[in-house]
Design a protein around this ligand. Structure first.
Ligand SMILES: [Zn+2]
Length: 437
């Protein structure tokens, strides 16, 4: 039945067919399936994986009594587990492995079978159609193909979709731009920073009739979306949320009106733990269909909130709010708990700065200092940047403003020339360099 739901989406794929299908799909059916799959996964993992058997035995967990994630109490799997013991998780012989990017030499490893990879492709294809792609669209996949995952997963999705697609990989955006017209490309998939470069090319050389730009594998700067839509003259810009560990897409943004990601509750049981008063907590997920290397209650270190209210788009899946950042990026200061999304909101409409910025918390004597490292355009006015930033803090984050006006900590603006802050694939937004005891 559930395979048919995905198959029907891929086969149907016209907005009218999807609309009719979603109207008769109730969330209750998915919830029932989700609970059953969770129980199966726990029992299967105990039986087949050395890691889970050892952990459950140590904690006196009887898998046959586990009905929901909460029944597992304090049991979680963590990044350290799949850095140090990935192979102990295995329940069968894998066909391939993906690694997290990173230069620490301690990469996370996710193994899977070819069947699992194909199944992920099916859900990627279904996600594309739910997001407004139709059989008439032509797609270019410009995500990276390397030992980490997004290029190949998207490729599997393109194969299942049976659309016309080009497998470009992460090449010079100009090379893609030059081919958009020739191949009548309507959908471009790439990393947000790469999509931004492509958009800069379109801004200089002219817009082309794209319908959709889909970003993934890293966060999209808040102030980039509106600008991208303007340059591409109305094309939609959407993001998907996935990680190497999820080996696919945990949640996706099918429509602008959703205002958040819809969780793929066919494949993931997502919880948030240690939630604050606003309901934001650490994202924890369980894979429901992976049989080579299932992950049970994996702590993803991202901070978000689950939205239970039904969405106007009729998709039965719950939603996940825009990520606030990662648990290791939340900085506890005298100004409160500060997180990357907060600064995205503060800086997104400040004139004269680029989309790259970094906030460093440091100490000056006994005083805390919030250093705002900004890339300033040549002809911009420093004073105006600072006034606008403070205005935004005042209106959007009154608590932070209160502390700033009391001068419980200092604020320094540090200016850089454009394109100098980012020197790796990802720009760490919040850094804590305070000497705290
Ligand atoms: Zn929706």
């Amino acid at each position: 039945m559930f395979a048919t739901f995905t198959d029907k989406i891929i086969a149907g794929s016209s907005p009218a067919v999807l609309d009719a299908l979603l109207k008769k799909t109730s969330r209750g059916v998915f919830d029932w399936k989700k609970r059953a799959s969770f129980q199966n996964t726990v029992n299967y993992a105990y039986k087949n994986s050395a890691f889970y058997r050892k952990q459950f035995n140590n904690l006196n967990i009887n898998p046959s009594k586990i009905k929901s994630p909460r029944d597992l109490g304090d049991f979680y799997t963590k990044p350290e587990d799949i850095i140090n013991h990935a192979e102990d998780f295995l329940c069968c012989r894998p066909h391939t492995v993906f690694e997290s990017s990173g230069t620490t030499g301690q990469n996370k490893r996710i193994y899977m079978t070819q069947d699992e990879l194909n199944a992920i492709g099916k859900f990627v294809a279904a996600g594309l159609f739910l997001g407004g792609v139709t059989k008439k669209d032509n797609i270019i996949n410009a995500l990276d193909f390397c030992i980490w995952i997004p290029g190949i997963v998207t490729q599997k999705g393109l194969e299942q979709s049976k659309l016309f697609g080009i497998t470009a990989g992460k090449i010079d955006p100009m090379e893609v731009y030059k081919r958009i017209e020739r191949y009548k490309i309507t959908v471009v998939i790439g990393e947000p920073t790469w999509l931004i470069k492509l958009t800069e090319i379109a801004e200089t050389h002219g817009s082309l009739p794209l319908k959709l730009l889909i970003g993934g594998a890293e966060a999209m700067p808040e102030n980039a979306r509106g600008w991208m839509k303007d340059v591409w003259q109305g094309a939609d810009v959407r993001m998907v949320y996935g990680t190497v560990e999820s080996a696919g897409i945990i949640a996706f943004e099918p429509h602008d009106e959703c205002g958040a990601y819809h969780i793929d509750e066919n494949n993931f049981y997502v919880e948030t733990v240690n939630t604050d008063s606003e309901g934001y907590g650490e994202v924890v997920f369980t894979t429901l269909n992976r049989r080579c290397m299932p992950l049970i209650r994996y702590k993803n270190h991202d901070i978000s909130r689950i939205i239970n209210e039904p969405c106007t788009c009729k998709l039965p899946f719950r939603r996940l709010a825009k990520l606030r950042g990662r648990t290791d990026e939340i900085v506890v200061t005298s100004g409160g708990n500060l997180y990357p999304l907060m600064f995205e909101e503060i800086l997104k409409d400040v004139d004269g700065i680029t989309r790259d910025w970094q906030i460093i918390f440091s100490s000056r004597g006994v005083k805390e200092v919030m250093e705002l490292h900004l890339e300033r355009a040549k002809d911009s006015i420093q004073e105006k940047i600072e006034t606008q930033t403070f205005e935004n803090i005042k209106t959007k984050y009154p608590d932070l403003w209160k502390n700033l006006s009391f001068k419980t900590f200092d604020t320094d603006f540090v200016y850089h020339t454009p394109n100098t802050l980012r020197n790796g694939r990802k720009l760490i937004r919040l850094i804590d360099k305070r000497n705290l005891s």
